[in-house]
Design a protein around this ligand. Structure first.
Ligand code: F55
Length: 828
């Protein structure tokens, strides 16, 4: 008999070490079909996952039953991306079982870290946007909000990166090649969706006009559920990901008429839809398959939501908007707006106004970018081919919007109509997904204060004039369970011992830690922890790159997607400046520094790849140059991903957040690094501004032009050449890149960066910010020389960033957008 120790407030059963050991061995035998004597680490890991799942499934059943019984309003998060990382240690921590599992495994002669390393990252996202979705579903479960995440079950997540002679090589990611223990297939909830075909206008017996869509293709969506375990085993919510398959009945005809080969081709085409994640951040591929991906998952998800709603409400739609709220994670799922209209008008035969009323109460839209090239647009012709009925509906939404809203506020103003139209006219007419999202949603939010302000002033000023109350801000946040408790256990323990253990669910408690900022004992403990984390990272670096780094140097870290606006090349120019000074002045006095990078470049983004190559080549040269005497090391970590972030962030002294002001919507790595006691070198951009407000000017190194100064500089005509000729250091460094100093025998190999900064006009103002950046870095160097001063600043960073928990973001969404109620889970 199992002995249960349980807490009434949680949906999950608590077990002890002995029970866990029994379960693991039982699963080794009955689930894995192997034995303790011959089990591989992989089998042990799977057996332990199976044991953990016994607890997870208890919580899942309890949660689903309670939600059903209470008939709760629920949030439906629509996102093309979820960057989950690994789930093993996360689930153990959230179940409160990590220590028991560590103990149980150790008694079985196993090291929990070795088991953790058996798991592939679930990398179904590109960067910040996908990771934000993962943090949000963690917080929603932790806070007991009824919520479900919907997305795509990509067979291949973000590509795996390696370097060959310094250049990025991409290989496919296969996260579930040998089955993933966390996912549950739900064949009972399969959906079928349509694409292509044509629209017919028909009249019924009363003479009423109807539109009938005759689809050209039917595709099956198979749902896979990933249980999302809240911290303390509160709720266990679900992430539901759709896999595409060929529809059974559709292919039957082809098969019967002897078209076996044709049928298999259609199978392959259908299965292609969920095959691979598009690896672009900030730019859209504009490809037909991408539009089909978006529609496929949106249509499956809406059908799933409606099926569940109809179980209790049959054909009565009057409560739909009370029960359902859908958050659009950027415009990627925006086709759900015309899709819901289609379902209501064509299928449920509802009047347009009534249907539109429902839509406008259901959808809310989060904007994540202001970059013009990232604003999603689809060619009208492509839309017509793939979703002919949806295009008609978009035209009607647009017609009414222009007549009933725009023309009422600005009568006869065709310029306003042209600017606000959901359809961008021109040689190739386009559907503007941002416009559609704003028009179809009841709320629109940016992801940091400054970003939300710019969304209103620069992106959609006229929409604000039409609907001032529609626009709001929700500053991003990160889950402190993964990004402090699990990834930095030593710092977590120091916090537990000094401020109590409530902080993981009440991060504002961290402010109590500020009282210890001058306490020499705590400073020493804090430094010792950072030192140990740095030594651990040095081992990882050695293993992955064969580079030796000194754990006593400053660990200066820039980890994020590679993009010109994020300015990894500004960091590189600073490294080159230091190197040059060392060469010119052999005893140049600086605190030894290790510059660590982690970044993937979109495979088609040429200049981003050139920047990776340049950093790698400069690294090679510097790391082998005896004259440097270890004052400088440069490391580009291959295959940056969530799991690597978890190792780098706890070891960071300096956090590089150096985007051109106005370009980084928020950033979330900035929050994770500050939380773990890194000092930010950053511009007044995105959430850096709010971080600076929280930590205070003494504990952050701000540099560079402000948003207003950037705008003014562009308005007055920025000429990067002026900086090149005015600053001899800039000139020397850029000219250096053109020589063969870093690429012996191959001059010009690194010239692309120089060209983009000079001939290309330096669109992200790298040269304009260079001097100010170097000064900020000198300040860091000075601060670090005083150990106690540095420790104080680092402690104050950790203590001051409680605001940036994703729990706070979720509570902001709940009060400003979703209006949900908590639902406490009843155990059976
Ligand atoms: C992915 C696909 C497309 Cl088509 C476009 C953009 C992306 C993407 O990954 N965007 C992204 O990550 N945006 C980031 O979102 C974060 C969360 O809000 C912000 O912190 C960050 O500033 C922003 O760049």
């Amino acid at each position: 008999m199992k002995k249960h120790t349980s807490t009434a407030s949680t949906g999950v059963t608590q077990i002890n070490t002995e029970q866990l050991k029994d379960q693991i061995i039982r699963h080794l035998h009955s689930t894995l079909g192997t034995d303790v004597n011959k089990a591989s680490p992989q089998a042990w890991w799977r057996a332990t996952c199976a044991a953990v799942n016994e607890q997870v499934y208890d919580g899942l059943r309890n949660t689903q039953r309670t939600h059903y019984e209470n008939n709760t309003r629920a949030l439906h998060y629509f996102s093309l991306e979820y960057l989950m990382g690994r789930l093993f240690s996360n689930n153990l921590h959230n179940l409160g079982l990590y220590e028991q599992a560590k103990q149980a495994l150790s008694e079985l002669g196993l090291n929990i870290a070795d088991l953790e390393d058996q798991e592939e990252d679930m990398a179904l996202g590109n960067g910040g946007l996908g990771r934000l979705a993962a943090c949000f579903i963690d917080s929603l479960a932790t806070l007991n909000y009824p919520a479900i995440g919907y997305g795509i079950h990509y067979e291949h997540g973000l590509f795996q990166q390696s370097f060959q002679d310094g250049r990025q090589i991409e290989r496919p990611d296969s996260w579930r090649e040998y089955a993933n223990p966390w996912e549950i297939c739900r064949p009972e909830s399969v959906q079928e969706i349509s694409v292509y075909g044509y629209v017919e206008t028909v009249y019924d017996l009363q003479g009423k006009m109807k539109k009938v869509w005759h689809p050209g293709r039917i595709i099956k969506g198979v749902p896979w559920d990933i249980p999302i375990v809240g911290y303390n085993g509160s709720s266990v919510n679900v992430l539901r990901l759709w896999e595409s398959r060929a529809s059974d009945f559709f292919n039957w005809d082809v098969f019967n008429s002897g078209g076996y080969i044709d049928a298999s081709r259609e199978n392959i085409e259908a299965e292609t839809i969920s095959k691979v994640l598009y690896p672009n951040d900030e730019t859209d591929a504009g490809k037909e398959l991408r539009l089909i991906q978006q529609y496929f998952f949106v249509s499956c998800s809406l059908k799933d939501i409606i099926r569940r709603y109809k179980r209790t409400h049959a054909d009565d739609w009057s409560d739909f908007a009370k029960q359902v709220v859908i958050q659009l994670n950027d415009t990627h799922p925006a086709v759900s707006i015309p899709e819901l209209m289609r379902i209501l008008v064509d299928r449920a035969e509802m009047q347009w106004d009534q249907a539109w009323n429902i839509c406008q109460q259901v959808f809310a839209y989060t904007n994540h970018t202001l970059l013009p090239e990232a604003l999603e647009k689809w060619p009208v012709r492509l839309f017509e081919k793939v979703l002919p009925r949806h295009l008609e509906i978009i035209y009607e939404i647009n017609r009414r919007f222009l007549v009933e809203q725009v023309d009422v506020l600005w009568p006869g103003d065709n310029e306003k109509k042209r600017k606000l139209s959901i359809i961008e006219e021109g040689h190739d007419a386009m559907v503007r997904m941002g416009h559609l999202s704003v028009v179809g949603s009841f709320r629109v939010n940016g992801v940091a204060e400054i970003h939300s302000k710019l969304v209103k002033s620069d992106l959609f000023p006229e929409m604000v004039a039409l609907w001032p109350d529609k626009f709001t801000n929700v500053t991003n946040g990160v889950t402190p369970r993964r990004w402090l408790k699990a990834c930095n256990p030593k710092l977590a323990k120091l916090l537990d011992d000094n401020i109590g253990s409530e902080w993981p669910t009440d991060l504002k408690q961290l402010s109590k830690f500020a009282a210890f900022a001058d306490d020499v004992k705590i400073q020493d403990a804090f430094i010792a922890i950072k030192q140990q984390n740095k030594a651990d990272l040095a081992n990882v670096v050695k293993k992955l790159t064969h580079i030796d780094i000194d754990p006593h140097a400053i660990f200066d870290i820039q980890i994020k997607r590679l993009h010109e606006y994020k300015r990894q090349h500004l960091n590189l120019l600073h490294i080159l400046a230091l190197y040059r000074r060392i060469l010119q002045e052999p005893d140049y006095d600086m605190v030894p520094r290790v510059f660590l990078f982690g970044a993937k470049a979109a495979p088609g983004y040429k200049l981003a790849k050139e920047i990776i190559y340049a950093i790698n080549k400069v690294a090679e040269k510097i790391n082998h140059d005896k004259r440097v005497k270890n004052r400088l090391k440069v490391v580009f970590m291959p295959n940056y991903r969530v799991t690597l972030a978890e190792k780098m962030i706890p070891a960071a002294d300096v956090s590089e957040q150096i985007s051109t002001a106005g370009k980084e919507a928020s950033g979330t790595g900035n929050m994770k690094l500050a939380l773990n006691g890194a000092i930010t070198v950053g511009t007044l951009d995105g959430a850096n501004i709010e971080i600076a407000e929280e930590v205070g000017d003494d504990n952050i190194a701000i540099f560079g032009l402000t948003v207003d100064e950037v705008k003014a500089l562009h308005a007055n005509g920025y000429n990067s050449m002026d900086y090149y000729y005015a600053n001899p250091e800039i000139k020397a460094i850029l000219d250096w890149l053109e020589t063969d100093y870093f690429t012996p025998g191959k001059p010009g190999e690194l010239a692309a960066i120089k060209r983009s900064l000079l001939e290309g006009g330096d669109p992200y103002l790298v040269l304009a910010d260079f001097e100010s950046y170097v000064k900020a870095q000198q300040k860091i160097d000075q601060w670090y020389r005083d150990k106690s001063l540095w420790a104080k600043k680092a402690i104050l960073n950790t203590a001051s960033v409680g605001k940036f928990t994703s729990d706070r973001s979720i509570e902001d969404y709940v009060s400003r957008v979703w209006h949900l109620e908590k639902c406490h889970i009843r155990r059976d």
